[in-house]
Design a protein around this ligand. Structure first.
Ligand SMILES: NC(=O)c1ccc[n+]([C@@H]2O[C@H](COP(=O)([O-])OP(=O)(O)OC[C@H]3O[C@@H](n4cnc5c(N)ncnc54)[C@H](OP(=O)(O)O)[C@@H]3O)[C@@H](O)[C@H]2O)c1
Length: 311
């Protein structure tokens, strides 16, 4: 397969590139400010996803069977500071990438998020109507509508953990969501540094974590089969932050006595609503892909294997 994608130098996208190249596919990913050094086994093109002409030309030249849109303007506070730029980076970039895919007859997958739900819709499945509470969720939902209207697939990932395949050594920090949570705990505790697990009703306290490599497998499968509609690429278990921290200690063999509990650092985003419980389920995804979601312990064990083989 020939896969044209955005965001292949980011966290989730680098896992998609890794799986796709490993499976023998030809990949072209766009990049923005960061370009991996060395000779990568895939093509890199510097393209601003908000430039529809550049997107169209690149897709036409590459002749993909599959387009995956995974890039994101990852700045929750910044979305509010420049709403026009945010709309362009989310909704218009989805419009131009999905149009380019459609014009080439390629399958299309938009990577989306569990934050389209409002934090009180625990257990939401692929058919649950979303109700975003912040601008990030609104922009993702508007992007989803664009992708779906053009016959594409929406792959919602949730609380993604795992290795950043393009920038594995870059430091990770806890944030109000679940992304990078496990890596930031492993990073601190493996250096015998205490780690404060944030506890607050103003942040995402319960979620259904996923592992980037497993989400990448699912996204590739959705794209390869040319499926349409909404998919939930998540693990099997809902879990709270402190329970996930303890399970991480168990699986990675780290000292749980180094875990603390404390308030979050919400500098710059203190007035932005954040969904509390974003647990999701995946009945449609499991049925159409013929897969059973992995328990969170199994996801952590796979992360440990990936981490050990990299470090
Ligand atoms: N991480 C999670 O826990 C999580 C949870 C739910 C959903 N998601 C979804 O997963 C997707 C990927 O997120 P991520 O965590 O992997 O983000 P990430 O690590 O911040 O990666 C974002 C990527 O987008 C690129 N990018 C930014 N601006 C661009 C532009 N103008 N033109 C082209 N590329 C641009 C970035 O390149 P530079 O770094 O060079 O700027 C980077 O490669 C998003 O759709 C997000 O909504 C992630």
């Amino acid at each position: 397969m020939r896969i044209w994608m955005t965001g292949g130098t980011g966290f989730v996208g680098s896992n998609i590139v890794h799986q796709a190249v490993g499976a023998g596919h030809e990949v072209l990913t766009t990049y923005n400010s960061y370009r991996p050094s060395g000779s990568e086994p895939y093509r890199l093109e510097r393209i601003d996803m908000t430039d529809p002409g550049a997107v169209r030309r690149s897709v036409r030249a590459f002749l993909p069977n599959l387009v995956i849109h995974c890039a994101i303007l990852n700045d929750l506070g910044g979305l509010y500071r420049d709403r026009a730029a945010a709309w362009k980076a989310y909704v218009e970039a989805t419009r131009s990438t999905s149009r380019a895919a459609h014009d080439m007859g390629a399958a299309y997958v938009l990577v989306s998020t569990d934050w389209v739900f409002d934090g009180t819709q625990a257990g939401a499945d692929e058919s649950t109507p979303p109700n975003p509470v912040n601008l990030y969720g609104v922009l993702k939902l508007a992007s989803e509508m664009v992708a779906l209207d053009r016959g594409g697939a929406v792959a919602r990932v949730s609380g993604v953990n795992g290795l950043h395949r393009a920038r594995p050594a870059s430091p990770r920090a806890q944030d109000p969501g679940y992304g990078y949570f496990v890596a930031s705990i492993v990073d601190s505790l493996s250096r015998d540094r205490p780690f404060t697990v944030w506890e607050s009703d103003r942040i995402n306290m319960v979620a259904t974590p996923s592992l980037a490599s497993e989400s990448a497998d699912l996204i590739m499968d959705i794209g390869a089969r040319g499926l349409e509609g909404v998919f939930h690429c998540c693990g099997a278990d809902a879990i709270g932050r402190m329970d996930l921290a303890h399970l991480t200690c168990e699986v990675f063999g780290l000292d749980p006595d180094l875990l603390r509990s404390g308030p979050p650092d919400l500098t710059g985003i203190s007035r932005i609503p954040i969904p509390y419980d974003t647990t999701i389920t995946c009945p449609r995804t499991s049925e159409l892909l013929d897969r059973t979601p992995s328990p969170v312990r199994a996801l952590l064990a796979r992360f440990l294997r990936e981490f050990s083989s990299w470090s």
